[in-house]
Design a protein around this ligand. Structure first.
Ligand code: 1QQ
Length: 416
């Protein structure tokens, strides 16, 4: 089974018109009024990922993970079909996508790709009582948006310090650190605080902090200013296009020291932006393709069947894990409801949708999940609890066309 391609607006409005008797301007309100059930044996899960704009290089990885998860888990009872919407890379496009999906009888939502978008759109789903599971939102404060918001993407506080520690191990003489961050992006502003805290915590000297924008493509001036401060490490929090261009221009302008990038550049799709200059980048990871669990082996096998012998990227694994978590929570809920109602099937299909969403949110946060990311649990607030993190160093091929995220030896344990 494949994910239906991103649908155009007319598709959703037609589906909506066919699926509902009577026009409801805000469907969520109608659902609460009439308490409809999902009505079908197949439940619907919505997902909003960046398929256009700056973050689309990340969204492409996420889409693959969702497609693999749907083919692996979609048809297991209770069957789950995925509606994927392009959330773009800005708040407005994500809002439109969320509103479209909330007009469907979705049991939950995955996404949107960016924290910047999540802070804008997750409150809409939260108010409607629809669970939202973030698959790539890492800024501090995401689970605190509301009781229906959780995430499987580990926060910057757990992941970002690891690449600074790795840089220090690679160059023990490291002293002077320059920081760049995109000041108009919530993840970047959140991550840079953690980076700066770890830089100072390790006794390193913060020689300059440069504020950029996710829309920037030319960094000559901030780079020239930075090089005068003679850094031995440059640390970047930005999205793939601006971050990739920054890395390329740093090298073109003669910087030869270490570069650590944050989660915004955590995709092999950056190769087309920074090309051979991506080589050597340090990026901490919330996923290891090398993890020896049977769940991860199965995931890697599914990925490689479609994508050759490449290693699946972190965002693909997180998107897959997000759908797996929702799938398993629904299965547990189905079992619980079947026992309670003593009916063998359709227990969830006959449940009023608002109740189903509420029960799903509750049971989802209570479970433990054996995913390709390792064992995942949640705090009652919806923050992910994950054990293992890693640091990769990008190795480009001689032509600078392709490369790989090579995990550094001695994976670092999570900071407490
Ligand atoms: C966030 C992120 C992005 C860089 C991933 C898509 O971590 O916005 O929270």
């Amino acid at each position: 089974m494949t994910i239906p391609p991103t649908r155009s607006a007319p598709f959703y409005f037609t589906a909506l018109a066919l699926g509902l008797s009577g026009a409801c301007a805000i469907l969520v309100g109608c659902q609460q009024a009439s308490r409809p059930t999902s009505g079908k044996q197949t439940l619907t899960l919505g997902a909003v990922v960046a398929l256009t704009g700056n973050a689309s290089l990340i969204g492409q990885d996420q889409r693959i993970g969702l497609e693999l998860a749907e083919s692996e888990f979609g048809s297991r009872p209770p069957a789950l079909s995925l509606r994927l919407e392009d959330g773009g890379s800005d708040e407005q496009t994500a809002t439109t996508a969320f509103r479209r999906l909330l007009q469907q009888p979705v049991v939950a939502l995955i996404g949107p790709s960016l924290s910047q978008q999540a802070f804008a759109v997750n409150p809409i789903a939260d108010r409607a009582g629809v669970p939202v599971l973030g698959a790539s939102n890492t800024a501090i404060g995401i689970p605190q948006i509301g009781p229906f918001v959780s995430r499987i993407s580990a926060p910057v506080s757990k992941v970002a310090p690891l690449s600074i520690q790795a840089a220090k191990r690679l160059n023990p003489k490291l002293e002077r650190v320059a920081v760049f961050f995109a000041q108009d992006d919530a993840y970047s502003t959140s991550e840079t605080k953690i980076f700066q805290k770890s830089i100072q915590g390790l006794g390193l000297k913060l020689v300059t902090v440069q504020r950029t924008s996710t829309a920037d493509i030319d960094f000559q001036k901030p780079i020239a200013d930075t090089l005068q401060t003679r850094p031995d490490l440059i640390v970047i929090s930005a999205l793939p296009n601006d971050g990739g261009n920054l890395v390329r221009q740093l090298r073109e302008m003669g910087y030869a020291g270490l570069i650590a990038a944050g989660n915004g550049m955590n995709s092999p799709n950056i190769y087309s932006v920074c090309q051979r200059y991506c080589d050597g980048l340090l990026i901490a990871q919330a996923y290891s393709p090398e993890a020896k669990t049977s769940v991860n082996r199965r995931f890697v096998q599914l990925y490689q069947k479609r994508h050759g012998d490449k290693a699946p990227p972190q965002f693909t694994a997180q998107a897959y894990a997000a759908m797996q978590v929702i799938r398993e929570a629904l299965t547990r809920l189905d079992r619980q409801e079947s026992l309670r109602s003593q009916s063998r099937n359709q227990a969830l299909a006959t449940m009023p949708l608002p109740e189903l969403r509420r029960a799903l949110n509750t049971i989802l946060l209570q479970g433990a999940y054996d995913t390709p990311l390792g064992e995942i649990r949640f705090t009652p607030e919806g923050e992910v609890i994950q054990k293992d993190f890693y640091v990769a160093r990008v190795k480009m091929d001689a032509k600078g066309k392709t490369g790989r995220f090579a995990l550094l030896p001695n994976p670092s344990p999570a900071t407490p």
